[in-house]
Design a protein. Structure first.
Lengths: 145, 145
DNA sequence: TAAATAAAAGATAAAAAAGTCTTTTATTCC
DNA sequence: GGAATAAAAGACTTTTTTATCTTTTATTTA
């Protein structure tokens, strides 16, 4: 198990993929995305429907349809994608899963986790979706396998 | 979803609970542990069987039996518990779930995640199980709810 | 040695996450 | 308007995780 759910991993990878195409000025269909990020097509379809409802990606049906992003969405921080899929328990929940863990009634790892959660949160807040494009374009990073 | 699996959360909490009792010189039964950390009894039994096989806790059957830890185990870092249950993908896996992500063929979040994974790993390596006892004894931290 | 105790082991069951397949709806273009 | 295209929606299936219940084995103590 990683930090994110599998669903969230696919979500992030697909958003990067769509953003990449959007900056080249084209829409992209689900088959191509699924191939490009190595994910199951129909499962990804569900995820993108979700991201679409939450305004992170846009879509259009019919010939020449597909997924794309508007300029505002490209500027959004990565945390928006993660929160849309996995919620915010990763940043705000107790590391030991205790519902009532708090500053006043902390679990033994409370302070240790506070730092880690903040690290994760800050990383995801300070990076916009668009920031990852350049390296994708240059081929410095990849989304497949 | 948190950073650890539910199973791992119960594992860590039960290990803290047992360590606490061990330092007071007593063994503790599964019913009491389950109550003390607010976990399902029979599910926890499975987890402790696992931790027992892996040498993290010890157990004895029969009257006055129960779980306890030897001195070596108390000194072990917390990461041993996490690895025993959740494996090491949290520290060494790709944040976007890509099997072949590496320094040479990095995913877009590779460098960002490296830092976070190192933070988590270092935190879990530098803390020994015993270290959390004092605050438990003093009532500064709690394991229930 | 029999009764009591407590963990180990085994067998299911329930819930959640991940994945697949089919039908419907919207759009384009001829 | 009809055919083709592509996403949306709905219905399932499979796998994994979490949880429960029962039986067995080991140990103690009276």
């Amino acid at each position: 198990m990683g930090i994110f759910s599998k669903t969230c991993e696919y979500a992030i990878r697909s958003v990067f993929f769509i953003a990449h195409r959007t900056e080249r000025g084209t829409k992209v269909g689900i088959k191509e995305i699924a191939l490009g990020i190595n994910s199951p097509e129909h499962f990804l379809a569900k995820i993108l429907q979700d991201l679409s409802k939450k305004g992170i990606v846009k879509s259009s049906k019919g010939p020449n349809g597909g997924f794309y992003m508007d300029d505002g969405a490209l500027k959004r921080p990565l945390v928006d994608v993660v929160e849309a899929i996995d919620g915010n328990s990763l940043f705000f929940g107790c590391g030991l899963g205790m519902a009532f863990c708090s500053e006043l009634k902390p679990c033994p790892l409370h302070n240790e986790f506070k730092i880690i959660r903040e690290n994760i949160y800050n990383m995801l807040v300070k990076t916009s979706i668009r920031e990852f494009n350049e390296d994708l374009v240059l081929g410095n990073t990849n989304l497949k396998k």
